[in-house]
Design a protein around this ligand. Structure first.
Ligand SMILES: [Zn+2]
Length: 462
Protein backbone atom coordinates (compact mmCIF):
# COMPACT_ATOMS: atom_id res chain seq x y z
CA UNK A 1 0.00 0.00 0.00
CA UNK A 2 1.26 3.44 -0.87
CA UNK A 3 1.34 6.07 1.89
CA UNK A 4 1.36 9.80 1.32
CA UNK A 5 3.45 12.56 2.89
CA UNK A 6 2.29 16.17 2.70
CA UNK A 7 5.39 18.35 2.94
CA UNK A 8 5.43 22.15 3.17
CA UNK A 9 8.53 24.22 2.46
CA UNK A 10 7.88 27.06 4.89
CA UNK A 11 10.48 29.61 3.93
CA UNK A 12 9.08 32.99 2.87
CA UNK A 13 10.27 35.39 5.55
CA UNK A 14 10.49 38.48 3.35
CA UNK A 15 6.72 39.02 3.04
CA UNK A 16 4.72 39.05 6.34
CA UNK A 17 1.42 38.69 4.48
CA UNK A 18 2.40 35.14 3.48
CA UNK A 19 2.64 34.04 7.15
CA UNK A 20 -1.12 33.44 7.15
CA UNK A 21 -0.82 30.82 4.41
CA UNK A 22 1.05 28.51 6.80
CA UNK A 23 -1.84 28.73 9.26
CA UNK A 24 -4.38 28.11 6.50
CA UNK A 25 -2.64 24.87 5.49
CA UNK A 26 -2.08 23.74 9.08
CA UNK A 27 -5.71 24.33 10.08
CA UNK A 28 -7.04 22.72 6.90
CA UNK A 29 -5.02 19.55 7.53
CA UNK A 30 -6.11 19.49 11.17
CA UNK A 31 -9.77 19.87 10.15
CA UNK A 32 -9.47 16.70 8.04
CA UNK A 33 -7.52 14.77 10.67
CA UNK A 34 -4.32 14.74 8.56
CA UNK A 35 -0.77 15.48 9.63
CA UNK A 36 1.53 17.62 7.50
CA UNK A 37 5.31 17.96 7.65
CA UNK A 38 6.25 21.65 7.82
CA UNK A 39 9.90 22.16 6.85
CA UNK A 40 10.67 25.49 8.47
CA UNK A 41 13.52 27.87 7.73
CA UNK A 42 15.29 29.14 10.88
CA UNK A 43 14.70 32.77 9.90
CA UNK A 44 11.00 32.03 9.27
CA UNK A 45 10.63 30.65 12.81
CA UNK A 46 12.32 33.79 14.17
CA UNK A 47 10.09 36.20 12.22
CA UNK A 48 6.95 34.33 13.31
CA UNK A 49 8.11 34.78 16.90
CA UNK A 50 9.10 38.43 16.39
CA UNK A 51 5.87 39.28 14.55
CA UNK A 52 3.93 37.87 17.50
CA UNK A 53 2.32 35.09 15.44
CA UNK A 54 1.65 32.77 18.38
CA UNK A 55 -1.54 31.73 16.57
CA UNK A 56 0.46 30.22 13.69
CA UNK A 57 2.97 28.54 16.00
CA UNK A 58 0.05 27.01 17.93
CA UNK A 59 -1.64 25.76 14.74
CA UNK A 60 1.59 24.04 13.74
CA UNK A 61 1.67 22.09 17.01
CA UNK A 62 -0.78 19.60 15.45
CA UNK A 63 1.81 18.76 12.78
CA UNK A 64 5.38 17.59 12.35
CA UNK A 65 8.05 20.26 12.38
CA UNK A 66 10.99 19.68 10.05
CA UNK A 67 13.88 21.89 9.00
CA UNK A 68 14.61 23.80 5.80
CA UNK A 69 18.03 25.42 6.54
CA UNK A 70 18.74 28.54 8.58
CA UNK A 71 18.62 31.21 5.84
CA UNK A 72 17.47 29.35 2.68
CA UNK A 73 18.76 31.47 -0.21
CA UNK A 74 21.24 33.85 1.39
CA UNK A 75 24.60 33.48 -0.38
CA UNK A 76 26.80 31.60 -0.12
CA UNK A 77 24.27 28.74 -0.01
CA UNK A 78 25.35 25.20 0.91
CA UNK A 79 26.56 24.15 -2.53
CA UNK A 80 28.32 27.48 -3.09
CA UNK A 81 30.53 27.23 -0.02
CA UNK A 82 30.95 23.45 -0.07
CA UNK A 83 32.33 23.61 -3.60
CA UNK A 84 35.34 25.56 -2.25
CA UNK A 85 36.04 23.37 0.78
CA UNK A 86 37.42 19.91 1.52
CA UNK A 87 35.11 17.37 3.16
CA UNK A 88 35.99 18.09 6.78
CA UNK A 89 35.87 21.87 6.48
CA UNK A 90 32.55 21.55 4.66
CA UNK A 91 31.03 19.46 7.45
CA UNK A 92 32.48 21.85 10.04
CA UNK A 93 30.95 24.90 8.37
CA UNK A 94 27.58 23.21 7.95
CA UNK A 95 27.51 22.26 11.64
CA UNK A 96 28.51 25.79 12.69
CA UNK A 97 25.94 27.54 10.48
CA UNK A 98 22.98 25.20 10.84
CA UNK A 99 23.10 24.41 14.57
CA UNK A 100 21.63 27.82 15.55
CA UNK A 101 18.83 27.45 12.99
CA UNK A 102 17.83 23.99 14.18
CA UNK A 103 17.97 25.19 17.80
CA UNK A 104 15.74 28.20 16.98
CA UNK A 105 13.20 26.06 15.12
CA UNK A 106 13.09 23.57 17.99
CA UNK A 107 12.86 26.28 20.65
CA UNK A 108 10.21 28.40 18.88
CA UNK A 109 8.10 25.55 17.50
CA UNK A 110 8.47 23.28 20.51
CA UNK A 111 9.49 20.24 18.47
CA UNK A 112 12.77 18.76 17.41
CA UNK A 113 12.85 18.51 13.60
CA UNK A 114 13.27 15.02 12.11
CA UNK A 115 13.89 15.80 8.45
CA UNK A 116 16.06 18.31 6.66
CA UNK A 117 14.72 19.57 3.35
CA UNK A 118 17.31 21.08 1.02
CA UNK A 119 16.77 24.78 0.29
CA UNK A 120 16.09 25.09 -3.44
CA UNK A 121 18.57 23.03 -5.42
CA UNK A 122 21.45 23.75 -3.04
CA UNK A 123 22.84 20.78 -1.15
CA UNK A 124 25.93 18.65 -0.67
CA UNK A 125 26.67 15.26 0.90
CA UNK A 126 28.49 17.11 3.70
CA UNK A 127 25.13 18.66 4.69
CA UNK A 128 23.47 15.24 4.52
CA UNK A 129 26.11 13.80 6.83
CA UNK A 130 26.14 16.92 9.03
CA UNK A 131 22.35 16.73 9.54
CA UNK A 132 22.64 13.08 10.58
CA UNK A 133 25.22 14.16 13.17
CA UNK A 134 22.85 16.90 14.38
CA UNK A 135 20.08 14.36 14.92
CA UNK A 136 17.99 14.90 11.76
CA UNK A 137 17.90 11.39 10.31
CA UNK A 138 15.74 12.06 7.21
CA UNK A 139 16.56 13.94 4.00
CA UNK A 140 13.35 15.36 2.46
CA UNK A 141 13.40 16.48 -1.18
CA UNK A 142 16.58 14.43 -1.57
CA UNK A 143 18.11 14.32 -5.06
CA UNK A 144 18.26 10.51 -4.84
CA UNK A 145 16.11 7.64 -3.59
CA UNK A 146 16.32 3.89 -4.19
CA UNK A 147 13.35 3.68 -6.57
CA UNK A 148 10.27 5.92 -6.95
CA UNK A 149 8.91 6.34 -3.43
CA UNK A 150 11.39 3.82 -1.95
CA UNK A 151 13.79 5.29 0.58
CA UNK A 152 17.56 4.90 0.45
CA UNK A 153 20.29 5.45 3.02
CA UNK A 154 22.93 7.93 1.88
CA UNK A 155 25.51 9.58 4.15
CA UNK A 156 23.54 8.12 7.08
CA UNK A 157 20.29 9.90 6.23
CA UNK A 158 17.11 8.23 5.01
CA UNK A 159 16.48 9.87 1.62
CA UNK A 160 13.16 10.39 -0.16
CA UNK A 161 12.45 12.68 -3.09
CA UNK A 162 9.51 15.01 -3.61
CA UNK A 163 7.22 13.50 -6.24
CA UNK A 164 4.40 15.91 -6.96
CA UNK A 165 3.12 19.27 -5.79
CA UNK A 166 0.03 21.31 -5.09
CA UNK A 167 1.70 24.10 -7.07
CA UNK A 168 1.21 22.30 -10.37
CA UNK A 169 -2.54 22.80 -9.92
CA UNK A 170 -2.54 26.38 -8.65
CA UNK A 171 -2.64 28.24 -11.94
CA UNK A 172 -4.97 26.04 -13.99
CA UNK A 173 -8.71 25.83 -14.65
CA UNK A 174 -10.68 23.49 -12.40
CA UNK A 175 -7.98 23.20 -9.75
CA UNK A 176 -9.54 20.49 -7.61
CA UNK A 177 -9.97 18.09 -10.53
CA UNK A 178 -6.42 18.79 -11.72
CA UNK A 179 -5.05 18.15 -8.21
CA UNK A 180 -7.03 14.95 -7.72
CA UNK A 181 -6.41 13.51 -11.20
CA UNK A 182 -2.68 14.26 -11.11
CA UNK A 183 -2.40 12.75 -7.65
CA UNK A 184 -4.35 9.60 -8.51
CA UNK A 185 -2.41 9.04 -11.71
CA UNK A 186 0.78 8.69 -9.65
CA UNK A 187 -0.77 7.10 -6.58
CA UNK A 188 -2.48 4.31 -8.51
CA UNK A 189 0.55 3.52 -10.66
CA UNK A 190 2.64 2.57 -7.59
CA UNK A 191 2.16 -0.54 -5.49
CA UNK A 192 4.22 0.47 -2.46
CA UNK A 193 6.32 3.25 -0.97
CA UNK A 194 5.76 6.89 -0.10
CA UNK A 195 4.33 9.48 -2.44
CA UNK A 196 5.44 12.92 -1.30
CA UNK A 197 3.19 15.79 -2.36
CA UNK A 198 4.67 19.17 -1.52
CA UNK A 199 3.73 22.81 -1.46
CA UNK A 200 5.20 26.16 -0.56
CA UNK A 201 2.48 27.63 1.69
CA UNK A 202 3.45 31.16 0.62
CA UNK A 203 2.35 30.49 -2.96
CA UNK A 204 -1.28 30.31 -1.89
CA UNK A 205 -1.14 34.06 -1.16
CA UNK A 206 1.87 35.30 -3.17
CA UNK A 207 2.27 35.39 -6.93
CA UNK A 208 5.94 34.45 -6.75
CA UNK A 209 8.88 33.86 -4.39
CA UNK A 210 10.77 36.71 -2.75
CA UNK A 211 13.95 34.69 -3.38
CA UNK A 212 13.57 35.15 -7.13
CA UNK A 213 13.34 38.91 -6.64
CA UNK A 214 16.08 39.39 -4.06
CA UNK A 215 18.56 36.46 -4.22
CA UNK A 216 18.68 35.49 -7.91
CA UNK A 217 22.04 35.06 -9.71
CA UNK A 218 24.09 34.85 -6.52
CA UNK A 219 23.02 38.32 -5.31
CA UNK A 220 22.26 39.20 -1.69
CA UNK A 221 19.91 42.20 -1.79
CA UNK A 222 20.19 44.09 1.52
CA UNK A 223 17.08 43.76 3.68
CA UNK A 224 16.19 47.46 3.41
CA UNK A 225 16.24 47.19 -0.40
CA UNK A 226 14.16 44.00 -0.75
CA UNK A 227 11.72 44.21 -3.62
CA UNK A 228 8.16 43.61 -2.36
CA UNK A 229 6.62 40.21 -3.05
CA UNK A 230 3.47 40.59 -5.22
CA UNK A 231 0.17 39.34 -3.80
CA UNK A 232 -2.14 36.96 -5.60
CA UNK A 233 -5.57 38.38 -6.43
CA UNK A 234 -7.89 37.57 -3.52
CA UNK A 235 -10.30 35.50 -5.65
CA UNK A 236 -7.40 33.36 -6.88
CA UNK A 237 -6.12 32.71 -3.38
CA UNK A 238 -9.61 31.74 -2.21
CA UNK A 239 -10.10 29.38 -5.16
CA UNK A 240 -6.78 27.66 -4.42
CA UNK A 241 -7.71 27.28 -0.78
CA UNK A 242 -11.09 25.83 -1.69
CA UNK A 243 -9.52 23.31 -4.10
CA UNK A 244 -6.90 22.25 -1.53
CA UNK A 245 -9.61 21.86 1.10
CA UNK A 246 -11.68 19.62 -1.18
CA UNK A 247 -8.60 17.61 -2.08
CA UNK A 248 -7.64 16.99 1.57
CA UNK A 249 -11.27 16.04 2.27
CA UNK A 250 -11.07 13.55 -0.59
CA UNK A 251 -7.80 12.00 0.70
CA UNK A 252 -9.20 11.71 4.24
CA UNK A 253 -12.50 10.29 2.97
CA UNK A 254 -10.75 7.63 0.88
CA UNK A 255 -8.77 6.49 3.92
CA UNK A 256 -5.46 6.99 2.07
CA UNK A 257 -2.71 6.65 4.70
CA UNK A 258 -0.97 9.95 5.38
CA UNK A 259 2.27 9.65 7.34
CA UNK A 260 5.10 11.88 8.54
CA UNK A 261 8.86 11.65 8.13
CA UNK A 262 9.20 10.73 11.80
CA UNK A 263 6.85 7.77 11.33
CA UNK A 264 8.79 6.65 8.26
CA UNK A 265 12.11 6.89 10.10
CA UNK A 266 10.74 4.83 13.01
CA UNK A 267 9.95 2.03 10.56
CA UNK A 268 13.32 2.08 8.84
CA UNK A 269 15.87 2.97 11.51
CA UNK A 270 18.76 0.59 12.01
CA UNK A 271 20.14 0.46 15.52
CA UNK A 272 22.49 -1.99 17.19
CA UNK A 273 22.69 -4.30 14.20
CA UNK A 274 25.13 -7.19 14.54
CA UNK A 275 25.84 -10.01 12.10
CA UNK A 276 27.47 -13.40 12.43
CA UNK A 277 30.77 -14.41 10.85
CA UNK A 278 28.83 -16.81 8.60
CA UNK A 279 26.77 -13.93 7.19
CA UNK A 280 29.91 -11.82 6.84
CA UNK A 281 31.57 -14.60 4.81
CA UNK A 282 28.66 -14.52 2.33
CA UNK A 283 29.02 -10.76 2.03
CA UNK A 284 32.79 -11.03 1.50
CA UNK A 285 32.12 -13.38 -1.41
CA UNK A 286 29.67 -10.88 -2.93
CA UNK A 287 31.81 -7.78 -2.42
CA UNK A 288 34.90 -9.35 -3.95
CA UNK A 289 32.82 -9.60 -7.16
CA UNK A 290 31.25 -6.14 -7.14
CA UNK A 291 31.67 -2.99 -5.05
CA UNK A 292 28.08 -2.23 -4.18
CA UNK A 293 25.57 -2.71 -1.36
CA UNK A 294 24.86 -6.36 -0.57
CA UNK A 295 22.11 -8.13 1.29
CA UNK A 296 22.87 -9.56 4.74
CA UNK A 297 19.99 -11.49 6.31
CA UNK A 298 17.08 -9.08 5.88
CA UNK A 299 19.17 -5.93 5.62
CA UNK A 300 21.38 -4.31 3.06
CA UNK A 301 24.91 -3.24 3.95
CA UNK A 302 26.58 -0.33 2.17
CA UNK A 303 30.10 -0.72 0.75
CA UNK A 304 31.37 1.46 3.64
CA UNK A 305 29.67 -0.76 6.22
CA UNK A 306 31.14 -3.84 4.53
CA UNK A 307 34.58 -2.22 4.62
CA UNK A 308 34.10 -1.65 8.36
CA UNK A 309 33.21 -5.31 8.87
CA UNK A 310 36.22 -6.54 6.90
CA UNK A 311 38.54 -4.24 8.88
CA UNK A 312 36.96 -5.40 12.16
CA UNK A 313 37.46 -9.08 11.29
CA UNK A 314 41.08 -8.65 10.20
CA UNK A 315 41.95 -6.45 13.18
CA UNK A 316 40.58 -9.19 15.46
CA UNK A 317 42.65 -11.74 13.55
CA UNK A 318 45.73 -9.52 13.78
CA UNK A 319 45.38 -9.34 17.57
CA UNK A 320 44.51 -12.97 18.37
CA UNK A 321 44.93 -15.10 15.24
CA UNK A 322 41.27 -16.10 15.45
CA UNK A 323 38.33 -14.73 13.49
CA UNK A 324 35.74 -12.88 15.62
CA UNK A 325 32.36 -14.63 15.51
CA UNK A 326 30.01 -11.65 16.04
CA UNK A 327 30.41 -8.38 14.21
CA UNK A 328 28.92 -4.96 14.90
CA UNK A 329 27.75 -2.87 11.94
CA UNK A 330 29.37 0.55 11.98
CA UNK A 331 28.20 3.31 9.64
CA UNK A 332 31.30 5.12 8.37
CA UNK A 333 31.22 7.60 5.50
CA UNK A 334 33.08 6.73 2.32
CA UNK A 335 36.49 7.97 1.19
CA UNK A 336 36.62 11.76 0.90
CA UNK A 337 39.45 11.99 -1.64
CA UNK A 338 40.65 10.11 -4.69
CA UNK A 339 43.72 7.86 -4.61
CA UNK A 340 46.15 6.74 -7.30
CA UNK A 341 46.73 3.04 -6.72
CA UNK A 342 50.08 1.20 -6.95
CA UNK A 343 48.20 -2.10 -7.41
CA UNK A 344 48.81 -4.82 -8.40
CA UNK A 345 51.23 -5.45 -5.54
CA UNK A 346 52.04 -8.29 -3.20
CA UNK A 347 52.77 -7.71 0.50
CA UNK A 348 53.55 -9.84 3.54
CA UNK A 349 50.58 -10.94 5.62
CA UNK A 350 51.71 -8.86 8.63
CA UNK A 351 51.93 -5.70 6.52
CA UNK A 352 48.40 -6.28 5.26
CA UNK A 353 47.00 -7.07 8.71
CA UNK A 354 48.62 -3.98 10.24
CA UNK A 355 47.06 -1.86 7.52
CA UNK A 356 43.71 -3.52 8.32
CA UNK A 357 44.14 -2.60 12.00
CA UNK A 358 44.83 1.02 11.03
CA UNK A 359 41.77 1.03 8.78
CA UNK A 360 39.73 -0.41 11.65
CA UNK A 361 40.88 2.46 13.89
CA UNK A 362 39.97 4.97 11.18
CA UNK A 363 36.46 3.53 10.99
CA UNK A 364 36.12 3.57 14.79
CA UNK A 365 37.56 6.99 15.51
CA UNK A 366 37.24 9.04 12.31
CA UNK A 367 33.98 7.30 11.25
CA UNK A 368 35.17 6.89 7.69
CA UNK A 369 36.69 4.58 5.13
CA UNK A 370 40.25 5.83 4.59
CA UNK A 371 40.82 7.43 1.17
CA UNK A 372 44.26 5.82 0.87
CA UNK A 373 45.58 2.56 2.34
CA UNK A 374 49.30 2.81 3.05
CA UNK A 375 51.25 -0.45 2.82
CA UNK A 376 54.73 0.55 3.96
CA UNK A 377 55.50 2.98 1.17
CA UNK A 378 53.06 1.72 -1.42
CA UNK A 379 49.44 2.76 -1.57
CA UNK A 380 46.21 1.22 -2.77
CA UNK A 381 42.60 2.39 -2.86
CA UNK A 382 40.07 1.24 -0.27
CA UNK A 383 38.34 -0.63 -3.12
CA UNK A 384 41.56 -2.56 -3.89
CA UNK A 385 42.06 -3.22 -0.20
CA UNK A 386 38.50 -4.41 0.42
CA UNK A 387 38.63 -6.92 -2.40
CA UNK A 388 41.94 -8.37 -1.13
CA UNK A 389 40.65 -8.33 2.48
CA UNK A 390 37.46 -10.16 1.47
CA UNK A 391 39.49 -12.88 -0.26
CA UNK A 392 41.90 -13.14 2.68
CA UNK A 393 39.07 -13.53 5.22
CA UNK A 394 37.58 -16.38 3.20
CA UNK A 395 41.01 -18.05 2.82
CA UNK A 396 41.79 -17.78 6.53
CA UNK A 397 38.39 -19.26 7.36
CA UNK A 398 38.71 -22.13 4.89
CA UNK A 399 42.34 -23.13 5.41
CA UNK A 400 44.25 -24.37 8.44
CA UNK A 401 47.29 -22.15 7.69
CA UNK A 402 47.02 -18.49 6.66
CA UNK A 403 48.83 -17.40 3.47
CA UNK A 404 52.26 -15.79 3.94
CA UNK A 405 51.59 -13.03 1.46
CA UNK A 406 48.58 -11.13 0.16
CA UNK A 407 48.07 -10.19 -3.48
CA UNK A 408 46.31 -6.86 -4.01
CA UNK A 409 44.84 -6.34 -7.44
CA UNK A 410 43.51 -3.19 -9.03
CA UNK A 411 39.80 -3.23 -8.20
CA UNK A 412 36.65 -1.13 -8.48
CA UNK A 413 36.89 1.91 -6.19
CA UNK A 414 33.67 3.72 -7.12
CA UNK A 415 30.53 1.81 -6.20
CA UNK A 416 28.30 0.66 -9.06
CA UNK A 417 25.51 3.03 -7.98
CA UNK A 418 27.61 6.04 -9.08
CA UNK A 419 26.92 4.89 -12.65
CA UNK A 420 23.15 5.09 -12.17
CA UNK A 421 21.54 7.96 -14.09
CA UNK A 422 20.67 10.05 -11.03
CA UNK A 423 24.29 10.10 -9.83
CA UNK A 424 25.85 10.07 -13.29
CA UNK A 425 23.89 13.10 -14.49
CA UNK A 426 23.87 14.92 -11.15
CA UNK A 427 24.26 18.70 -11.46
CA UNK A 428 24.06 21.44 -8.87
CA UNK A 429 23.49 24.98 -10.13
CA UNK A 430 20.58 27.02 -11.40
CA UNK A 431 18.94 30.43 -11.22
CA UNK A 432 19.74 31.09 -7.57
CA UNK A 433 23.50 30.77 -8.04
CA UNK A 434 25.87 33.07 -9.88
CA UNK A 435 25.47 32.62 -13.67
CA UNK A 436 27.55 29.69 -14.88
CA UNK A 437 28.08 28.26 -11.38
CA UNK A 438 28.32 24.47 -11.29
CA UNK A 439 29.25 22.67 -8.09
CA UNK A 440 31.53 20.09 -9.72
CA UNK A 441 33.45 19.37 -6.51
CA UNK A 442 30.26 18.78 -4.57
CA UNK A 443 29.01 16.37 -7.23
CA UNK A 444 32.34 14.49 -7.13
CA UNK A 445 31.99 14.21 -3.33
CA UNK A 446 28.43 12.88 -3.74
CA UNK A 447 29.62 10.20 -6.17
CA UNK A 448 32.37 9.12 -3.76
CA UNK A 449 29.78 8.87 -1.02
CA UNK A 450 27.89 6.17 -2.94
CA UNK A 451 30.06 4.09 -0.59
CA UNK A 452 27.38 4.92 2.02
CA UNK A 453 24.36 4.21 -0.19
CA UNK A 454 21.99 1.28 0.14
CA UNK A 455 18.27 0.50 -0.11
CA UNK A 456 16.37 0.98 3.17
CA UNK A 457 14.42 -1.98 4.52
CA UNK A 458 11.62 -1.52 7.09
CA UNK A 459 12.09 -3.45 10.34
CA UNK A 460 9.04 -5.66 9.71
CA UNK A 461 10.60 -6.96 6.48
CA UNK A 462 13.99 -7.90 7.88
ZN1 LIG B 1 12.66 26.07 -0.13
Amino acid sequence: MVSVVFAYDTEEYQAPFTDDATKIWADMLTKHGLKGCFCIVGEKARVLRDRGRRDIIDSLKEHEIDYHSDLHSVHPTHAEYLNELNWDDGVRRCLAEETPGIADVEHIMGQRPTAHCKPGSSWGPQVTYGMSILGLPVFADAPVEYAPGQPMWFCNQLCLKYHTSFERSMNVENRFKHMKDGFLERYESWSEGYLVMMSHPCLMLAKTFGDGLNFRDGKNTPREQWKPVPKRPKADAEAIQEAADRFLEFVAGEGIPVVTYREIYEKYKEENVWISLETALDIMRSVSGELTYHRANGLFLSPAEIFGIAAFILDGYNQSRTLPTTLPIRRPIGPTEDCVSDAPIQVNLDVFLNAASQAHQKVSFAHRVPSIIDLVGQQVTPGDFLKAAANLIRDVHAQSQPPKTVMIELAQNTPTLAEREDFKKMRIGGWLMAPGFEAHNVVAMAKRQTWTAKPAVPSNQR
